[in-house]
Design a protein around this ligand. Structure first.
Ligand SMILES: *Cc1c(COP(=O)(O)O)cnc(C)c1O
Length: 424
């Protein structure tokens, strides 16, 4: 036991003080301006609902950006967090961590991967996958200066390598020199991909890997074409190029299958997960098949990655997903939501061009020839008590917790209807 003087029993009032008299101006004085924030402070959540500091209720179809799979304050998460923090929350990967082993086993038994490396975010998972692919290129393929192909309009994260992998110049501006060894192609276009590989070959630049999202989330909720992915898989099998899939947003059941790669009908050599994996605790993972599971001791690492706390909670999230058959809910609620979005599109043809998505990642697509952008709708929906987010300038993205009920989907559609009726 620690000496009594080191254990204070003074009342803890930090957290309540932080939300009681919340002042955005004071916040902005102290926190970097990396986000343009909506003018509400969220204080509490339960299921698919959150409440702001003034007690106002919102239906949450953002879920921490496709992250809170079990919604807010889910009893099983509360239980897992409490149990784990009382037991052990952090040690180091210098020692065996049973919770990490159990989570890795669950993931390998429920995917095509053989082994897992844990880290803390989607970007860090993609960094790990990029390092793994580069090592594979050097040691297994004998490529001196490997190139990784990614897609235009993709999103892979904000670190230097992942922002370079991200095929959107707006995220790269002013951060050059970027990381060498990336090349971009249009998404869902096999001929463009083949031409790029041939051109790189002619320039003595060899392709080591193709890194893609099964569906482009941030880039506009654009589903991958299964035919395209099957052609890529075949091309990779013929050439030895690795197929890496970024499952950070669409993995963990969001598409109605556990992994987005099932939805496009191929198995990757390496894939990454993060957002939904911990249901909201920060965790990322690199998952690899046997042949490219080639990191050796001390070649890659992280202090926090895979600690008992996040792994204990993430394991509970995975087991809950399975035990409560959440995938079935994702599929039926997704269909219901798209039916509602279709009706909205038909009711407001002057604003809406259509809807697209899989499972519980869906987008309401706005007409290109109107001045209304997704952000206008997102702001107006917030006024009505519905949280949604843009995916690019012209798509309103809906990514509710996977536990969303039929009544809540109907409610979201009604709130969106009311929002559009005021804007139209
Ligand atoms: C959000 C996201 C990332 C980045 O994840 P972070 O946890 O924010 O680093 C990477 N790839 C995809 C597809 C994402 O949606």
């Amino acid at each position: 036991m620690a000496s009594p003087t080191l254990i204070s029993d003074a009342p803890l009032n930090g957290a309540s003080a932080a939300t009681a008299d919340f002042q955005p101006e004071v916040f902005d004085q102290h926190v970097m301006a990396t986000y343009s924030r909506f003018p509400i402070a969220l204080e509490r959540g339960e299921g698919c609902r959150v409440w702001d500091a003034n007690g106002r209720e919102y239906l949450d179809f953002v879920a921490g950006i496709a992250t809170c799979l079990l919604g807010h304050a889910h009893p099983r998460m509360v239980e897992a967090v409490t149990t784990q923090i009382k037991k052990l929350h952090h040690v180091s990967n210098l020692y065996y961590i049973p919770e990490q082993g159990a989570l890795a086993q669950w993931l390998t038994e429920h995917s095509c991967a053989d082994r897992v490396f844990f880290c803390n975010s989607g970007a860090e998972a993609n960094e790990g996958a990029i390092k793994l692919a580069r090592k594979y290129a050097h040691t297994e393929l004998g490529i001196e200066s490997p190139v990784i192909i990614t897609a235009n309009a993709s999103f892979h994260g904000r670190t230097l390598a992942t922002v370079t992998a991200t095929g959107q110049p707006k995220y790269q501006k002013n951060f050059d020199p970027l990381v060498p060894g990336f090349h971009y192609v249009p998404y869902n276009d096999i001929e463009a991909l083949k031409a790029a590989i041939a051109q790189l070959d002619a320039d003595q630049r060899q392709v080591a890997a193709i890194l893609l999202e099964p569906m482009q989330g941030e880039g506009g909720v654009c589903p991958g074409n299964p035919v395209y992915f099957k052609q890529i898989r075949q091309l990779c099998d013929e050439t030895g190029i690795l197929l890496i899939l970024d499952e950070v947003q669409v993995g963990m059941g969001r598409t109605g299958n556990l992994w987005g790669y099932e939805t496009v009908g191929v198995e990757p050599d390496i894939f990454t997960a993060a957002k939904g994996l911990g249901g909201g605790v920060p965790i990322g993972a690199v998952l690899a098949k046997r042949h490219c599971d080639i990191f050796k001791a001390s070649e890659h690492g992280t202090t926090f990655g895979g600690n008992p706390f996040v792994c204990g909670v993430a394991l509970q999230v995975c087991q809950t997903l399975e035990a409560t058959d959440l995938l079935a809910n994702v599929r039926s609620r997704g269909q219901q939501l798209r039916k509602g979005l279709k009706a909205i599109t038909q009711k407001y043809p002057q604003l809406c061009a259509g809807k697209r998505g899989w499972g519980l990642i869906n987008g309401l697509v706005l007409r290109e020839d109107t001045d209304t952008v997704a952000l206008d709708i997102v702001k107006a929906a917030l006024e009505e008590g519905l949280l949604v987010i843009p995916a690019g300038p012209k798509v309103v993205r809906l990514v509710p917790p996977l536990i969303v009920s039929a009544a809540e989907v109907d409610e979201a559609i009604a709130l969106l209807d009311r929002t559009l009726s005021k804007l139209a």
